[in-house]
Design a protein around this ligand. Structure first.
Ligand code: SF4
Length: 364
């Protein structure tokens, strides 16, 4: 599965699900958004396996994305989730900081896990490079891509103009002979980066009008480290777990099935309105003075007035057509549009590297 095939589903609510398999990580990158340490929390594998076992051949997410912390600290779990998902038609993805690349080898269990997933994504940035040399990461990726594996690089920089991004992407393109797509983003002020980075909007949006600013991140739920299921992958919300704002909490993997989670995500009036007109407009319509930052405005929507307003909005004639229209607009930019919207615009085209175009069904 090429990165392009995955990103094609990104605007479609309930088309995929993230699993945060562990907060543990052997690396201590200075920008780590999950504030991970080797001693961080890790919960029972059953929380994730049981949830994946609720996927059925008739009703399953298109993609399951495994991350951490460092997901490959649990290689058997990654392998088993990928197998079980595949048995009902769900494709799988795992992201890794590639701690094992320091040895120049892929340990057997990690190789088994990588073999089992449909896509392997490696992180590369100036902070990871303090822990794992770039040459070691590229050497392992080269080996994987030579063996026919679908892989990608996830890079982050401080800005579009960060010289690191220019230099690292050029070397990766050279070593990997333009066969590996790259999703390039900007460092956000969350986790350990919040200690040294000035706060700024980490989600940049292209407004559809002067006031509407749909959130495209609330489409894929995430099963967090303790099994709480959150509507979006905003790390600040994920970190709140059970204490997250009520409208962003979809349930728990120990008690809720995939079908229940997906239907809550799709049916919630607040989430539908957040995805269609954005949280600031809902808050404003409910008589609140919304903060300028989109996610900060979203946190306020758990109160009674905005909840009522969201129900009122989605019940209005024409809302469903507007909702579909927004999804079509978000989809029309395709994977490159997504990369441009939520990452570094300058490098957005790099998601296409190694992609062999073929007829793809429209995701919406
Ligand atoms: S606007 Fe709300 S749903 Fe969207 S990313 Fe921010 S917190 Fe999550």
């Amino acid at each position: 599965m090429h990165l392009m095939e995955m990103l094609r589903f990104r605007p479609v609510p309930g088309s995929a699900v993230y699993l945060g398999l562990t907060r543990r990580c052997p690396l201590t990158c200075r920008h780590c958004s999950t504030n991970s340490l080797i001693s961080s929390e890790e919960h029972d594998a059953g929380l994730f396996l049981g949830f994946v076992d609720t996927f059925t051949a008739e009703d399953h997410p298109e993609i399951v994305l495994m991350s951490g912390g460092e997901a490959l600290l649990r290689p058997r779990l990654v392998r088993d989730i990928a197998r079980r998902a595949s048995s009902v038609g769900t494709r799988s993805y795992v992201a890794s900081g590639m701690f094992f690349a320091r040895t120049g080898k892929i340990p057997r269990l990690i190789q088994e896990a990588i073999d089992e997933v449909d896509h392997f994504a490696a992180s590369l940035d100036v902070f990871h490079e303090e822990e794992v040399p770039r040459s070691a990461v590229l050497k392992i990726l080269r080996r994987l891509v030579d063996a026919g594996k679908d892989v990608s690089l996830q890079l982050v920089g401080m800005s579009d103009d960060d010289p690191y991004l220019a230099e690292a992407t050029a070397e990766a393109r050279d070593v990997l002979e333009d066969r590996v797509p790259m999703l390039v983003g900007l460092v956000g002020a969350s986790g350990r980066a919040a200690e040294w980075m000035p706060d700024r909007r980490t989600l940049t949006h292209l407004p559809l009008s002067a006031t509407a600013d749909p959130c495209g991140v609330a489409a894929w739920p995430i099963v967090t480290f303790d099994g709480t299921v959150i509507a979006c992958c905003n790390q600040a919300v994920v970190d709140q777990g059970r204490n997250a704002p009520a409208h962003l909490k979809l349930g728990h993997s120990a008690t809720d099935t995939w079908q229940t989670i997906r239907s809550r995500s799709r049916a919630s009036a607040t989430l539908r309105a957040v995805r269609t007109i954005g949280p600031r407009m809902i808050a404003q319509d409910a008589g609140l003075s919304p903060p300028a930052e989109q996610c900060a405005a979203c946190y306020a929507l758990s109160a009674e007035d905005p909840q009522r307003k969201a129900v009122d909005l989605v019940e209005r004639p024409g809302f469903a057509a507007m909702e579909l229209g927004v999804q079509q607009i978000l989809s029309s930019g395709g994977p490159v549009g997504y990369a441009r919207r939520y990452g570094s615009a300058r490098y957005a085209d790099m998601v296409t590297l190694g992609y062999r175009p073929q007829e793809q069904p429209c995701a919406v």
